[in-house]
Ligand binder design. Structure first.
Ligand code: TGC
Length: 394
């Protein structure tokens, strides 16, 4: 809720102010996203989460602000810095992980795949309408038999004359039921390849997954591909092998490093607000040492996370960011955001489990974020491999 954090918001900004660390253009992007988050998403998000509703009518707001594919250069995209994109992710996820996920799936996954691996024709056809939010994209990599090991994918594409026939199933694919184009990854005789599949193609079906207790204000789907026929011109010509989808995952994981800090900030602000305003035993609970210890610990991890995210952004812009460094950011960020949410809930007492505060919603969402785009375990092992040179995956 918008008003449950105002005193906390002010108090936090007085102690640690990320805004001051950003360049003027980065702050401009941040403010744009913050405005949308606070004016358009915050007032409706509790209701949407409760109703399991993705409010698609907000997409034009995000598109008009230039947030879709903002880090891509050309084709209607702004070519913004990594910290700009990160700050946008943070502000959106301060409202809800579902909205940061929307921007991630559209920009970091679907649009990035086209920008990195597409032909000139594919980029010209798809990127401008995707930046305008007129076409939504999805990124179909994960399969029902296990998301952590894309090398084991069963979806196949076989040549049929000048066409390809794609068959298989995908799961947990964000936005697929509202997408106009799906980036589908499939095994071929030549290795893993990516295809741009218009979702109205015969044999393509996307079904929203129901019964989710997290990410309720966003859409994740099962996809069935039943002998879907696409021409060879739908293949991403420069995508060869798993390196291609993994390099898109790098983009999305980078956004998560920042985004989860928004959820953490939101929880910290709510707890801080409560600590200042709630009176128990004759005074505000924030005067008790145990509460202050909790708040200090939360601030510590939030601030460390932001500084790490900013460091990774500077490395990304310098072109030296490695997958293992992204894993450090994702593993640390999600883990600490979940801890911060739990601690915030304890400061809020019983009221903390209600929708009066954003904390339980963030906590539930973060459990999903902990698993997608590489679980904690996968990221630990990526870091372990970088440290030891030994591969725990095979
Ligand atoms: P491995 O042998 O390590 O690598 C195969 C090839 O890929 C390259 N590579 C990378 N390239 C760029 N960035 C990375 N992060 C890369 N990681 C690996 C690698 O150099 C190699 O290239 P080449 O040219 O030598 O062939 O592959 P592996 O099979 O041993 O996998 C290792 C592992 C476990 C790290 C990888 O499988 C992994 O990251 N697993 C987690 C996958 C994951 O995050 N899945 C969730 C995706 S989320 C989703 O699909 C839904 S989209 C979100 C939504 O719609 O909401």
């Amino acid at each position: 809720m918008t008003d449950s954090r105002s005193a906390g918001r002010e108090a936090l900004a007085g102690v640690f102010d990320l805004d001051a660390l950003l360049q003027p253009d980065e702050r401009d992007w941040q403010q744009r996203a913050r405005r949308i988050a606070r004016e358009r998403i915050d007032p409706v998000i509790e209701q949407d989460f409760e109703n399991g509703h993705f409010r698609a009518e907000l997409i034009p707001d995000l598109a008009e602000a230039g947030l879709l594919g903002m880090h891509i250069s050309g084709y209607g995209c702004a070519g913004a810095s990594a910290a700009s994109y990160g700050a946008v992710c943070l502000e959106l996820e301060a409202s809800d992980s579902g909205w940061r996920t929307f921007v991630s799936v559209q920009g970091s996954l679907a649009m990035s795949a086209i920008a990195k691996f597409g032909s000139e024709e594919q980029k010209t056809q798809w990127l401008p309408p995707m930046a305008r939010g007129e076409v939504i994209g999805c990124f179909a990599l994960t399969e029902p038999d296990g998301g952590s090991d894309p090398a084991a994918m069963r979806t196949r594409a076989v040549r049929d004359g000048g066409d390809w026939l794609i068959s298989g199933t995908k799961r947990w694919i964000g936005l697929a039921s509202i997408a106009g184009v799906a980036v589908v990854w499939a095994q071929t005789e030549e290795g893993v390849r990516g295809f741009l599949v218009p979702t109205e193609t015969a044999g393509f079906t996307a079904t929203p997954i129901t019964g989710k207790l997290a990410m309720r204000a966003s859409i994740q789907c099962d996809i069935a591909l039943d002998t879907v026929r696409v021409p060879d011109s739908a293949r991403l010509p420069d995508a060869q092998g798993l390196r291609a989808p993994f390099s898109c995952l790098n983009e999305a994981r980078f956004g998560i490093v920042w985004g989860v800090l928004g959820a953490a900030r939101s929880c910290l602000e709510a707890a801080l607000d409560r600590a200042i305003t709630r009176e128990v035993f004759g005074g505000p609970i924030g005067r008790f040492q145990l509460t202050q210890d909790k708040l200090a610990d939360m601030l510590l991890e939030y601030e460390k996370g932001v500084l790490l995210a900013l460091h990774l952004a500077r490395l990304k812009d310098a072109g030296t960011l490695t997958p293992a460094q992204i894993s450090v950011g994702k593993l640390n960020g999600v883990r600490e955001a979940i801890r911060i949410a739990g601690t915030a809930r304890s400061i809020l007492g019983g009221d903390g489990v209600t929708g009066e505060f954003p904390v339980m919603r963030h906590m539930a969402n973060l459990e999903a974020v902990r698993t997608y785009e590489g679980t904690d375990e996968i990221h630990s092992l990526v870091i372990g491999r970088a440290l030891t040179g030994l591969n725990a995956f095979s």
